[in-house]
Design a protein around this ligand. Sequence first.
Ligand code: ADP
Ligand code: MG
Length: 696
Amino acid sequence: MTAPAALSDIPVTQLKGVAARLAERLATLHIHTVQDLLFHLPSRYQDRTRIAAIGRVRLGDDVMLEADILSCELDFGRRRSLVCKIKDASGIISLRFFHFSAAQKKMLAPGNRLRCYGEIRSGKNGYEIYHPEYQVLRPDEMSPVADRLTPIYPATDGLQQTRLRKLIDQALAYLQLPASLPDWIPAETLHQFAYPSLADALEYLHHPPVQAPVAQLLAGEHPAQQRLAFEELLSHRLCLRRLRQQSAQLLAPVMRAQNKLSQAFLKQLPFTLTQAQARVCGEISQDLTLDQPMLRLLQGDVGSGKTVVAALAALQAVDSGYQAVIMAPTEILAEQHLANFTQWLAPLGLQPGWLSGKVKGRQRQQTLQALQDGSSRIAVGTHALFQDGVEFNRLGLIIIDEQHRFGVHQRLALREKGNNGEGIPHQLVMTATPIPRTLAMSAYADLDCSVLDELPPGRTPVNTVIISNERRDNVIERIHQACLQGNQAYWVCTLIEESESLQCQAAEATLAALQAQLPDLAIGLVHGRMKATEKSAVMSAFKQGGLHLLVATTVIEVGVDVPNASLMIIENPERLGLAQLHQLRGRVGRGAKASHCLLLYQTPLSQIGKQRLGIMRDSNDGFYIAEQDLAIRGPGQVLGTRQTGLMSFRIADLVRDAALLDPVKSTADKFEQEYSSHIDPLVNRWLGDRELYGNV
Ligand code: ADP
Ligand code: MG
């Protein structure tokens, strides 16, 4: 044999019995190399170390049986099937096959003995096993039982468990070769956390011994699994750090902290900054004075006053001769920013530019021209701001609101776009969805973090009530009374997000029904398909008190600010994420009045649904709500990363493994100092093939 190769370089086709077709199937499981096979871990385990007695099996058990075949007959029930009765000393049970070949039927002849494995279900005449795995034994054959737990792997069409097991056994044999799979976690770290070595961990997980703690393995909490989760999280963290270090070597525009524009702005602001705002503004202002690009995440609950913070940062950039852009994910939020900025900046003699997908023709040309020649100092808009054809004169600061909808790579791509010889623009990312600490530590480890942990004075907490849709008429009457007493209310229609047009139809139908039921109220409608001018006409009518009730789709989730509105009804709240519900609810409770939010759910409500709405009722704290949502729904849902592919771990699970994050952090420090040569190979092992972490 030649010099031992790293297992990450050995393609699966080198294994016995792997031809092109099988290699293709393996590729659909992201298995290309021998190393990939080793890291393809079982999703669960079966116990085939014992033969169960038929008389003692229980519904739902996974069991192995050994018995004689009594009969084997076709059953012409609703669906044709082959039923094979088997008997051991303790009882009789049926095996049922919906798909079977003639050869199979022949093998299952009465008098033969077989060993089978499967789950106990309840059938027509007592317990049955559907499609058991089985093996017909020769007369007097004493087939040994398994001496360890049987791993069950994530598989794919045309790739059976037995096949996968054999391949993985071949891969495990390679582990015996020296240096085939280096363990990048040093011995002292393994010792510190009582982790097994990499080879031992993999060997154990693919071949757990009989006495292995099955429950712990199934929960993913065995030290062998934890070691791998730790290694994976560590590699992510090291990778994000590396991005960050690369970023720190780039040059960014230097902006002076003390500046006339910010001072003038603060002077004409009708309120004083909260302490939290003042602190965060200081942190940002300091970053902007440095010659390396800021990458800062600003987290603040709904209504905590992020917009003012953004305005101050923008003014610092403008005062130093740079341009600043504020980008929002939706038209309506961007419009709200535009309204705020226009009002705030007019006294300073600044007129923000406006760019969204809907700005066309001459107006668009003018905006583009002004951005390019630098006459426009501040621009507000949607991601239209970063499309081809948009050029900046001296872009110094990019502010992104509601960032959690974007991934790391999009963030960095934006920044690249802004790079036009003046250095890399600073970047401020604002999110109203508080990001649980665990996620912030991993998904956003490349960002500095500022938190607005204080609401402006004079807010009254919203009282939230959960009501069944069966009591809709009561709810409507309650709104009626409240509106007659001078209150204003939102009625939010929700539907699955994908279909904006269905959502708008639902809102229109709701409007019609409410108008019929409440003829003495003035009711308006706002949804995403209306023209901007129509939308703003309705919004301003509502704001000025001309409408009692505003029926809306979730477009009002962000930005809308009507202090007199003190009542909100959210239909089908069970369909929304808690963070989004919290955002919506943040539209009320903005004034001095006691506010109420009614969550009008559709029956029946699932157990989890109840639990989630209960969290909304019991808390007004966005951070707490996000933590709970994370625990219930998992990080992909909470961050919306299913779409962006940002955070997908192979083994780690941020909820289950949250306790690993602190040790991962300190180990990452240690790697930087003492094991820096391990960093690249470790990151490559876990993230090497992902373009996300590619050359940025
Ligand atoms: P969010 O963080 O949700 O974006 P906004 O920036 O929209 O919050 O601010 C919510 C409301 O609070 C706005 O009407 C804003 O003018 C007001 N506001 C912001 N900061 C203060 C403050 N320090 N004192 C009083 N009101 C404030
Ligand atoms: Mg906001």
